[in-house]
Design a protein around this ligand. Structure first.
Ligand code: PMM
Length: 283
């Protein structure tokens, strides 16, 4: 079954969306520093749209394992002008932030979606702010900040536990006044997860979909793909820039199971993969 959040324009309804990543950061794991200048970030977003992205996800704070927190004022300095420019060009933008004030400013600047990798846990003001804003909200599974998330990757049954923790976040959203029809759930691939956890979650997207909400999958270029494709002779992980075919394969599987959106760095390959997965799903 295909599920999507309410509150999006007609042009973004009825199909699995490709969300292109625009990291306005010096230190993201695969593209840190490439688009720190606002003009470079805007140009990159435009090129993702021309490759077929439906929406661009603009973020100013890196969440790679080990990253330290960023001052929210600096985060806003990085992203708000970029969001404003893109939105004024009619480009659909989501704001990737854990900070309520950044979400507020970005939606004020024209962002259509709030994407919060902390699922409302990093900033107590986030869920009430999103309730007030009334926009679609991506609520990701999260157990703690990047400086300690590797130590939190401990599960007896990862699918059951992630599902239960997402259900609890969905309840928290509702208690804060967010219309549950606006909530998208995300298992948080790579966030407090080892490779085996990521694969188990991707294998059981159907069990996450039973929560009755649309799903977003962000597997793009992540470490579990690097280790899957490690050099057989040296054991060296595949470099981040050479993981896009594998990323597209995950997107095909995700689209085949009816996810709402896939968040990726390299849009063109994933666009095709989503077309394949969607055609397969329709049979
Ligand atoms: N992953 C990253 C950043 N934001 N947002 C959502 N909803 N889901 C994700 O899996 C996700 C995210 C980390 O990747 P990046 O550093 O390449 O942006």
């Amino acid at each position: 079954m295909f599920l999507e959040p309410v509150g999006l324009p007609e042009s973004l309804r009825g199909r699995t969306l490709v969300m292109g990543v625009v990291n306005v950061t010096p230190d993201s794991f695969s593209d840190g520093g490439l688009h720190l200048d606002p003009a470079a970030a805007v140009a990159h977003a435009r090129s993702l749209i021309s490759e077929g992205a439906d929406i661009v996800d603009v973020g100013g704070e890196s969440t790679r394992p080990g990253a330290t927190r960023l001052d929210p004022t600096e985060e806003r300095r990085r992203v708000i002008a970029v969001v404003e420019t893109l939105a004024s060009e009619g480009i659909a933008v989501s704001i990737d932030t854990m900070n309520a004030d950044t979400a507020l400013a970005a939606v004020g600047a024209g962002a259509l979606v709030v994407n919060d990798v902390s699922g409302g846990l990093a900033d107590a003001a986030m869920l009430p702010t999103v309730a007030e804003l009334g926009v679609p909200y991506v609520c990701m599974h999260w157990r703690g900040h990047a400086d300690r998330m590797n130590s939190l990757a401990v599960y007896d049954d990862v699918v059951t536990e992630v599902r239960a923790e997402l259900a609890a976040r969905l309840d928290a959203c509702e208690r804060a006044g967010i219309d549950p029809r606006r909530v998208v759930l995300d298992p948080g691939i790579g966030f407090a997860k080892e490779a085996a956890h990521n694969w188990a979650l991707l294998h059981h997207l159907d069990r996450l979909a039973e929560l009755g909400r649309p799903l977003l999958i962000g597997a793009s270029r992540k470490r579990f793909l690097g280790s899957l494709l490690a050099d057989p002779s040296t054991g060296e992980p595949r470099p981040t820039g050479e993981r896009d075919a594998a990323t597209a394969a995950v997107a095909a599987i995700a689209a085949a199971s009816g996810v709402w959106a896939v968040r990726v760095h390299a849009v063109a390959a994933t666009r095709d993969a989503v077309a394949v997965g969607t055609a397969w799903r329709h049979g």
